[in-house]
Design a protein around this ligand. Structure first.
Ligand code: NDP
Length: 499
């Protein structure tokens, strides 16, 4: 049975959006595929340098000449609330468009990703209603004010794994603090974000939010190296992040980089066993396994290791893989053919390194045309295996056992990444000791994943530079300006004025 329907009739041609108008790029035409069927469903017109330049200039004009950055906080809050409403009013269409390009499960897009996308606008509306500057008085009679001003034109680069949820965090933060922006979605998953930007033009003045399309090394690198861009907010892989920072570094453009992960999910014998098992499955298989924060290295204390692995494998065998539109589906297709092949290659890599495949490691035989994969778990020979060191970014878990707290900490930190760590235990000293020892930006205790927008999110080591979240975004999307003035007229020394 392989008769998937398209979630929605997509636009025949995907174009960019500049100055609140559709714009036809001057680059190549690229196919866009539906991952469930492998069928081409649309054509995307790539933006070349001159198109990116037009978008940056539109944002530059809107920033330098229009009143957007001087808009009252009350007005910006109202507009952000309207952005939220536009998402909620168009939930079904946006969810279908996102499903069509990503293959993510429709139910999860509608019930979680888009709710988060809408909330991102409300969150920053609430945040700016509380934002304030600083004032210092000194004994020499001066007042010093520290103001936060919008940074300027922001280049926003989003990945394909959760386009709406991740890009709206950047869009909402950038415009809330008075900036103008140019967004580049992944060329594989443009539909929902193009639709979003056209919807938001109902409430945003021209130039405040523009969108360019195309491949990262072409359109993306034009954007990050453009001298008219004042900040780059990037979410994607570590290798790309390095290249983005190199380009941006030539103009000293500050970057926020949210990069990859190879997170340890540490399960102690002192944990609530059932909760930890459920959490480990959610941690690696949610979002079709394609998430930066996946708990992809599952470290289990030796005394419960065999039982835990056996039950994890049994549950994995029962996971419903299938049509992303079907309410019963738990894992849909991988986002692209190229990515499917990359994940599958790790089954060979694992065997070559001496790991044992416990379940999966193959294409899902029921569907031959779409990009379906059997959810996979391997028993790693050691943490040195490539399946434990490289980000696979799919439904692919590696198991390792440990005997002591110290050994668990050493294995967990033995990675170039440091995004998230998961710790499962009901023993408070273990929780405190291990969470303190983790070299990662986030530690979740007895929790599969929880994003508190007021708190910073981002990684240590090769998992990122800077953070996203309330105050972190305020710091990134604004420039600080120090203004000092005397409280009363001063008796200044008069150069050349005689005695
Ligand atoms: P990529 O790094 O391949 O791409 C990310 C974005 O950057 C895409 O829009 C891509 O465009 C663009 N891009 C690619 N090359 C360049 C370039 N030279 N200059 C500018 N832009 C470029 O990542 P993926 O899209 O494959 O996303 C998966 C990665 O993202 C994983 O490593 C994952 O861990 C990470 N991620 C991190 C998150 C975090 O919060 N830390 C959250 C989600 C994902 P195009 O695709 O069109 O080529």
């Amino acid at each position: 049975m392989e008769n998937f329907l398209n979630p929605i009739e997509p636009p025949k041609i995907v174009k960019s959006w500049i100055d609140n108008e559709e714009s036809h790029g001057s680059g190549m035409e690229l196919p866009v595929f539906y991952p469930a069927t492998g069928n081409q469903v649309s054509i995307l017109v790539e933006d070349a340098y001159k198109d990116v330049d037009k978008a940056v200039m539109s944002a530059r004009n809107a920033f330098d000449k229009s009143s957007w950055r001087k808009q009252s906080v009350e007005k910006r809050i109202e507009i952000l609330e309207n952005c939220r409403k536009l998402i909620l009013d168009n939930l079904d269409e946006l969810a279908r468009l996102e499903c069509l390009a990503t293959g993510l499960i429709f139910r999860e897009i509608k019930g979680f990703h888009l709710q988060r996308a809408a909330y991102n606008f409300r969150f920053f509306a609430q945040y700016i209603s509380q934002a304030h500057g600083e004032r210092f008085d000194n004994t020499e009679g001066y007042i010093t004010l520290v103001n936060r001003e919008p940074a300027g034109v922001i280049g926003l680069i989003a990945p394909w794994n959760a386009p709406m949820a991740l890009a709206t965090m950047k869009i909402a933060a950038a415009i809330a603090f008075g900036n103008c922006a140019v967004l580049k979605p992944s060329e594989q998953t443009p539909f929902s974000l193009v639709k979003l930007v056209t919807l938001l033009s109902q409430v945003l003045p021209p130039g405040v939010l523009n969108l360019v399309n195309g491949r990262g090394p072409i359109t993306g690198s034009c954007l990050v190296s453009h001298p008219g861009v004042d900040r780059i907010s990037f979410t994607g892989g570590t290798v790309t992040g390095r290249s983005v920072m190199e380009h941006a570094g030539k103009q000293l453009t500050p970057c926020s980089l949210e990069l990859g992960g190879k997170s340890a999910n540490i399960i102690f014998a002192s944990a609530d066993y059932q909760r930890a098992l459920d959490g480990a499955l959610i941690g690696i298989y949610s979002n079709n396994g394609q998430q930066c924060l996946a708990g992809s290295r599952i470290l289990v204390e030796q005394t419960i290791f065999d039982q835990f692995v056996e039950e994890f494998v049994e549950r994995t065998k029962n996971i419903v893989v299938g049509d992303p539109l079907d309410d019963n589906t738990e894992i849909g297709p991988i986002a692209s053919k190229q990515h499917l092949e990359r994940i599958l290659s790790f089954a060979d890599v694992a065997q070559h390194d001496g790991d044992k495949i416990l379940v999966g490691g193959r294409r899902f035989s029921k569907y031959q045309n779409g990009y379906f994969l059997e959810p996979t778990a391997v028993l790693a020979k050691s943490n040195k295996s490539r399946a434990c060191q490289e980000e696979i970014f799919g439904p692919f878990a590696s198991f390792i056992s440990f005997k002591s707290e110290d050994e668990a900490i050493a294995i967990a930190n033995d990675t170039e990444f440091g995004l998230v760590s998961y710790v499962w235990s009901d023993h408070m000293p273990t929780i405190m000791n291990v969470s303190e020892a983790m070299r990662s930006g986030v530690v979740w205790i007895n929790t599969p994943m929880m994003r508190e927008l007021r708190a910073p999110f981002g990684g240590f080591k090769n998992s990122g530079v800077a953070r996203e979240g309330g105050y972190s975004c305020e710091q990134f999307y604004t420039e600080e300006k120090t203004v000092s003035l005397p409280k009363s007229p001063l008796n200044l020394k008069k150069f050349g004025g005689g005695k």
